[in-house]
Design a protein around this ligand. Structure first.
Ligand SMILES: CC(C)(COP(=O)(O)OP(=O)(O)OC[C@H]1O[C@@H](n2cnc3c(N)ncnc32)[C@H](O)[C@@H]1OP(=O)(O)O)[C@@H](O)C(=O)NCCC(=O)NCCS
Length: 183
């Protein structure tokens, strides 16, 4: 069973390991601790697999992915999202993104924003599926490869968007069973 919930300090070692497998410039464990414990604007989410009958899990949640967002006034800024490489392509990234957009809607954010590498087709498609559009390009944005970033916006987060969002959420739930302990 998949469970989307708020990130906990005890998730950090597994989150950092997925981060290192996913990004050229991973965040440190300290950054995650700060976001979880000391940043009131940060909303950090963990997607886990819980199976009380699996002896290998030993009662510990297995972290499959995570996401982060800053909510400041009317802006929801998606700061990070990743799924463990072994679990990609089965809807889990979408579950995490839906959790973050759902939180933004619940908190009545006016718009959402994010940056993404121009070559990151999987992430671009995921964001476009939820109606993010490219509004700009930032040259040499990433220090490791000097790659450009697309700046993407999702707006307005109005009633009409909420209806379309709910329809996509329903479609996702017919594909995948997950418990949402976020919103
Ligand atoms: C981006 C990422 C989070 C997507 O997670 P995922 O669990 O593999 O994605 P999902 O299975 O939920 O797919 C959701 C949508 O994303 C898009 N997508 C996912 N993988 C894709 C791929 N390999 N090629 C093209 N589009 C893809 C599709 O639009 C898909 O919708 P569909 O199933 O209706 O076709 C994942 O690839 C990842 O962790 N990448 C490394 C970290 C990263 O780049 N994060 C983004 C930083 S901006």
């Amino acid at each position: 069973m998949y469970l989307l919930r708020m990130m906990r300090v005890e998730d950090v070692p597994q989150v950092v390991s997925i981060d290192q497998l996913s990004f050229g410039m991973p965040w440190s464990a300290r950054s995650y601790h700060f976001e979880i414990s000391d940043n009131p604007n940060a909303h950090m989410f963990t997607l886990t697999h819980t199976d009380a009958l699996d002896p290998l899990l030993n009662g510990v949640d297995q972290v499959l992915g995570y996401g982060g967002m800053w909510l400041i006034e009317g802006e929801a800024h998606i700061s990070t999202i990743a799924v463990h490489p072994d679990y990609r392509g089965r809807g889990l990234g979408e579950v995490i993104l839906v959790g973050m957009i759902g939180r933004a809607l619940e908190r009545q954010a006016d718009y959402a924003v994010l940056e993404v590498r121009v070559s990151n087709t999987a992430a671009l498609n995921l964001y476009q599926k939820y109606e993010f559009t490219t509004v700009g390009r930032r040259k040499n944005y990433y220090r490791d490869t000097h790659e450009d970033a697309f700046l993407m916006h999702l707006a307005p987060l109005d009633q009409a968007y909420q209806s379309r969002f709910q329809a996509r959420l329903t479609a996702l739930r017919t594909r995948l069973s997950f418990i949402d302990a976020v919103f």
